[in-house]
Design a protein around this ligand. Structure first.
Ligand SMILES: [Zn+2]
Ligand SMILES: [Zn+2]
Ligand SMILES: [Zn+2]
Length: 153
C-alpha cells in the first residue's frame, strides 16, 4: 500500500527539487490525498500517525511547507484554527466554499483545461496545477439569511 501513496509524478517533482521520498512525506501525502475535507496541521498529524507513529508536529509543518512550495498542496484560510490544506497533487482541485459556515463542496468537473492552454501561450507560463475556488452562501445559510430578514431582523 505504502508504495502507492505517492504517484510517480510526485516523486519526480520532489527529486527535481532535490528532495527524496521519506516515510514522513509519504504519510502526510497519504492523508492529504485521502481526506474528503481540508485538514489542519493537527488533524493531518493525528491521521498520519496511524501510518508513521514517530511523526512530529514540526515535521508535519515542514512537510506541508515543502509540498506547498512544490505546488502539491495549497493552504486555505477558512475561519478559525489556522490554515487547512487542499491537495493539488494530481493537477487540480475544485470546490465551493460557503463564506458563512465554511462548508465546502467538491466537484470533479474541470473547465480549466482550455484556459490553461490559452494562458500558457499568452503569458509563456508553465501551469502545473490549479485550485478552482468559488465563494458564496450554501443553501442552509441562504435560508437563514432569509429567515433573519423576515423574522428576527
Ligand atoms: Zn477542496
Ligand atoms: Zn453555509
Ligand atoms: Zn481542474
Amino acid at each position: 500500500m505504502e508504495e502507492n501513496v505517492m504517484t510517480q509524478a510526485m516523486i519526480v517533482r520532489l527529486q527535481q527539487a532535490g528532495y527524496r521520498k521519506t516515510a514522513a512525506r509519504n504519510a502526510v501525502m497519504a492523508v492529504l490525498r485521502q481526506a474528503p475535507l481540508h485538514l489542519t496541521h493537527q488533524e493531518i498529524l493525528s491521521q498520519a500517525r496511524a501510518l508513521n507513529a514517530t511523526l512530529s508536529l514540526a515535521s508535519v509543518y515542514r512537510t506541508l511547507e515543502l509540498f506547498t512550495s512544490l505546488g502539491l498542496c495549497r493552504p486555505l484560510y477558512l475561519g478559525e484554527g489556522g490554515p487547512r490544506f487542499a491537495c493539488v497533487e494530481d493537477g487540480h482541485h475544485h470546490h465551493m466554499v460557503c463564506r458563512a459556515c465554511y462548508c465546502t463542496y467538491h466537484f470533479p468537473e474541470c473547465t480549466a483545461g482550455e484556459l490553461e492552454v490559452e494562458l500558457s501561450s499568452r503569458f509563456g507560463f508553465r501551469i502545473e496545477s490549479h485550485l478552482v475556488e468559488f465563494y458564496g452562501l450554501c443553501r442552509e445559510c441562504q435560508a437563514e439569511g432569509e429567515a433573519g430578514k423576515d423574522g428576527l431582523g
